[in-house]
Design a binder for this molecule. Structure first.
Ligand code: ARG
Length: 623
């Protein structure tokens, strides 16, 4: 899928070379199927081999039974790289048949010119799409835990990537705000109120406690069983068991009738539910804001908002014979998936899957999504395969033009602790997200203080906050999302290596170059329109790294892979660092070279900042 790449050919010399080599290969080996041509042009690892190399000859030779060097020679004989690279002759064929390519410095400079625009070479797609992104998805009466870090951070990055590429993005947070577990908490609060307890100042922590105790109370069998084990067959034990089971059944009945009351709009139930909703969402949205994730109230589309759509949806599936009865539950079978999708329980209640079907319908029909992408834990893979399958069977995924929307589960792996098990808090429970953020900030604060002993606390605090958030987010985004990763403060907060702080530091260095330049009376404004002079290998590498931006951004957004943009940012920062070590900017007597280098610095700053903004990673001016 490529909706966003036309811009790349303007600025990326590797794309231009790809075109030229493709035609040369077609002419050189007409017997080779043109649709199978892969020019395999890669950046050279050593400057003595030029800037790029074409590795296509070996693969083609094998397929058509010729010598690789012979094929390479035929490609070279048919090649026209005028205007892009130095003329290529047989002398440029190396080893078994690599073709070395050295770009014309002026071609590289011209490409950089076209990148150095306000849009940074990113042109809007020919056909902008509407992308609905399922983000965050917290649950009422529960703290945001470490798992919601990923759905929030990755989901928001997917949204930003597609926005930056020029698509229309609609975020939807599928808040778990409906159903029996929530009714249990509503019931609990109403009972408390009835016994005269004040519930006016309840916090999310307290609600979280009620959630757990209400669950335990309704699942009395466990307690009962334990009691039997404890007392054996003693009549006292049995009596106790019976009592507990009765209590649990009664609690469950009360929760069920509370759900019915809620469903039918009973004023008091709804008011209490609203309180629980507000307490939870106020705190969760504050955490989203702290994470620099663009997730606000307007993106909340909780399960409760579908409550009146579930019964008609299920009726529709029954009438069209898509759903069938199975042991008094209602199920839909999907080809290729063993487990049927249950859409109504035996007791008549609807399920998580039912709500997600209604959500697909709304997202495609009402929100007009061409693509609906879900940033959700990979452990829900079966759920989404089932739900996507049912939606497709029922035609709920059909767009206005009659074609199906693209439904994508952008699944992510688990955050692990150093012990290789899913990450837990020190006390062994699920780790509360805000506690993790606090710890990262306090560690970042110590590092920043160590590096800047004279920095006043008021200046340091916001920097520490941004560095910590950048570190956590980059660690989460830079791995291939589907993989599990180990959460390690020391590693993610390091100022060196593939980390968030390292990227921020590159920006800080560039800002400081400009501060010093201005202090030295250099006309930095003038420099920003100076011609690019790219003679040193480090300047060339930096230019090549910069030029990969539009294509990388397109690839990351089209494939829902923020890690590609992270890898780009890290390569860019590393190229910058080598450039900075080898090519003096301010201690440079050649005024033209100095101006060119200042302009390269500024372009690097803008591209890196744009990439980090697109990932939702906050930046700082000093650190
Ligand atoms: N509330 C769910 C959970 O915490 C996540 C919701 C994901 N989105 C969805 N459309 N099912 O597991």
């Amino acid at each position: 899928m490529s909706t966003n790449t036309p811009s790349a050919s303007i600025t990326d010399p590797s794309a231009l070379l790809d075109e030229r080599f493709r035609s040369a290969i077609e002419a050189a080996v007409p017997e080779f199927d043109p649709s199978r041509i892969n020019t395999s042009i890669t950046a050279s690892r050593q400057p003595k081999f030029g800037d790029f190399q074409c590795n296509a000859a070996m693969g083609i030779a094998k397929r058509i039974g010729k010598q690789p060097r012979e094929v390479a020679a035929a490609i070279v004989a048919n090649l026209d790289v005028e205007g892009i690279a130095n003329p290529i002759t047989e002398d440029d064929i190396a080893g078994p048949g690599f073709i070395n390519i050295t770009l014309l410095p002026e071609a590289l400079a011209a490409s950089l010119e076209s990148l150095d625009t306000p849009e940074l070479g990113i042109t809007p797609p020919v056909e902008p799409k509407t992308i609905v992104v399922d983000v965050c998805g917290v649950n009422l009466a529960k703290q945001m835990h470490v798992g919601h870090l990923r759905s929030t951070v990755l989901g928001d990055a997917l949204a930003r990537l597609n926005e930056r590429s020029g698509h229309t993005v609609k975020r939807q947070s599928h808040v778990g705000d409906w159903g029996l577990p929530i009714a249990m908490v509503v019931e609990k609060l109403i009972e408390l109120e009835d016994t005269g307890e004040s519930v006016a100042t309840i916090t999310l922590d307290t609600l979280n406690g009620y959630y757990k105790s209400a669950q335990a109370k309704c699942k009395g069998e466990h307690i009962a069983l334990k009691t039997i084990i404890k007392y054996g067959g003693h009549p006292k034990a049995l009596a106790e068991c019976e009592l507990r089971i009765e209590e649990a059944d009664a609690a469950m009945e009360r929760a069920k009738s509370r759900l019915v009351a809620l469903q039918s709009g009973d004023e008091r139930s709804v008011a209490v539910w609203q309180r629980i909703y507000d307490i939870t969402m106020t705190e969760c949205l504050a955490t989203c804001a702290r994470l620099n994730a663009n997730i606000t109230d307007e993106h909340s589309a909780g399960e409760s908002t579908y409550r009146d759509e579930l019964a008609p949806l299920v009726d529709d599936l029954i009438n069209r014979k898509i759903a069938e009865e199975d042991d008094s539950a209602l199920i839909v079978r999907v080809d290729g998936i063993k487990a049927p999708c249950i859409i109504r329980k035996r007791d008549g209640g609807f399920l998580y899957a039912t709500t997600d079907l209604a959500a697909i319908k709304r997202r495609v029909e009402k929100l007009q999504g061409d693509t609906v992408v879900y940033s959700v834990d990979s452990r829900q893979a079966l759920h989404f395969r089932q739900v996507f399958g049912v939606a497709h069977k029922a035609g709920y995924d059909l767009k206005a033009d009659g074609t199906p929307a693209n439904l994508v589960h952008a699944a992510f792996g688990t955050i692990m602790g150093d012990d290789g098990k899913p990450f837990k808090s020190r006390s062994g429970g699920t780790a509360k997200l805000s506690d993790l953020l606090d710890e990262a900030v306090s560690r970042a604060n110590a590092s920043v203080a160590e590096k800047n002993p004279d920095m006043p606390e008021s200046e340091r605090a916001p920097i520490a906050e941004a560095v910590a958030i950048a570190a956590i987010k980059y660690a989460d985004l830079s791995n291939e999302s589907i993989k599990d990763y180990v959460f390690n403060f020391d590693r993610m907060l390091a100022f060196e290596g593939d980390t968030g702080p390292y990227l921020l530091y590159a920006l800080v260095r560039i800002s400081s170059i400009f501060r010093k330049a201005n202090e030295a009376g250099i006309d930095t404004k003038e420099a920003l329109t100076a011609p690019f002079l790219l003679n040193d290998p480090a300047e060339k590498s930096l230019a090549l790294a910069l030029l990969r931006y539009p294509r990388t951004l397109g690839g990351a957004s089209d494939n829902f892979e923020p890690n590609r943009l992270c890898a780009f940012a890290y390569e860019l920062a590393s190229s910058f660092s080598s450039f900075f070590d080898k090519c003096p900017v301010l201690r440079n007597d050649d005024a033209e070279s100095q101006a060119s280098r200042l302009r390269l610095c500024e372009l690097t700053r803008r591209v890196l900042k744009d990439a980090l903004d697109t990932l939702g990673i906050p930046t700082v001016e000093r650190m």
